[in-house]
Design a protein around this ligand. Structure first.
Ligand SMILES: Nc1ncnc2c1ncn2[C@@H]1O[C@H](COP(=O)(O)OS(=O)(=O)O)[C@@H](OP(=O)(O)O)[C@H]1O
Ligand SMILES: Nc1ncnc2c1ncn2[C@@H]1O[C@H](COP(=O)(O)OP(=O)(O)O)[C@@H](O)[C@H]1O
Length: 208
């Protein structure tokens, strides 16, 4: 039974085809890989590389990218804390549906607030929420500045930019952490391989 919101007189409808049957059909287990980190930390790059790697292995995945969803589902939302919270909540709900469909759902959003990410984790049954922290220094993200947004934020032309004049709360405990080693960032392929190994080890890539 799903929890009720503001609506009344609504009823949960069970469908005879369930998650276990769908998972058996595609020989994998649904879950959410939630990638969090600063703008420019490599979230989208990892999401795409991971999705490609899974596809090559014959596993179905789908990427929910914060930037992309803000063009549609979340186009009414801005970047103040309440809007970010609603953004994360909606994407969490959509990710939960994809996981229930049996897919490996890769959500890639800054998701700066711990409580918003933890609320998404709490939505997922059976620990099927795998948090990946892109722990890259602000200096690296800012040096990349692939969209020129840090430059605008430093010039005061964007207010409330994460890492500059808006907070980012790193996870206290996450399943996977990506970091530079000796000042070198792992390649996207290496990072994707690390996530794939985790999924293998935890049994998400098979249905036994
Ligand atoms: N003020 C501010 N702060 C942070 N980011 C900003 C801002 N304004 C625009 N952008 C662009 O929006 C992208 C982040 O969207 P998200 O939905 O992932 O953000 S959040 O999770 O709701 O915080 C982010 O994309 P990424 O660079 O891929 O992270 C930016 O391109
Ligand atoms: N592992 C990496 N090694 C080198 N460059 C990277 C890596 N990951 C991402 N980049 C580059 O950094 C920039 C930002 O990456 P992106 O995936 O868009 O970050 P985010 O989605 O977190 O904003 C892009 O130009 C991308 O090519």
């Amino acid at each position: 039974m799903a929890s009720l919101g503001n609506s009344t007189n609504i009823f949960w409808q069970e469908c005879p085809v369930g998650k276990l049957e769908r998972q058996r059909l595609i020989n994998q287990k649904g879950c959410v890989v939630w990638i969090t980190g600063l703008s420019g930390s490599g979230k989208s790059t990892l999401a795409c590389s991971l999705s490609r790697e899974l596809h090559t292995k014959g596993k179905l995945s789908y990427v929910l990218d914060g930037d992309n969803l803000r063009h549609g589902l979340n186009k009414d939302l801005g970047f103040k804390a309440e809007d970010r919270a609603e953004n994360i909540r909606r994407v969490g709900e959509v990710a939960k549906l994809f996981a229930d469909a049996g897919l490996i759902c890769i959500a890639s959003l800054i998701s700066p607030y711990r409580k918003d990410r933890d609320a998404c984790r709490a939505m997922l049954p059976d620990k099927n929420f795998i948090e990946v922290f892109m722990n890259m220094p602000l200096e690296l993200c800012e040096a990349r500045d692939s969209k020129g947004l840090y430059k605008l934020a430093r010039a005061g032309k964007i207010n409330g930019f994460t890492g500059i004049d808006d907070p980012y709360e790193p996870p206290l405990s996450c399943e996977i952490e990506m970091q530079q080693k000796d000042g070198v960032c792992p390649t996207p392929a290496d990072m994707a391989a690390q996530v794939v190994s985790y999924l293998e080890e935890k049994g998400y890539l098979h249905n036994q």
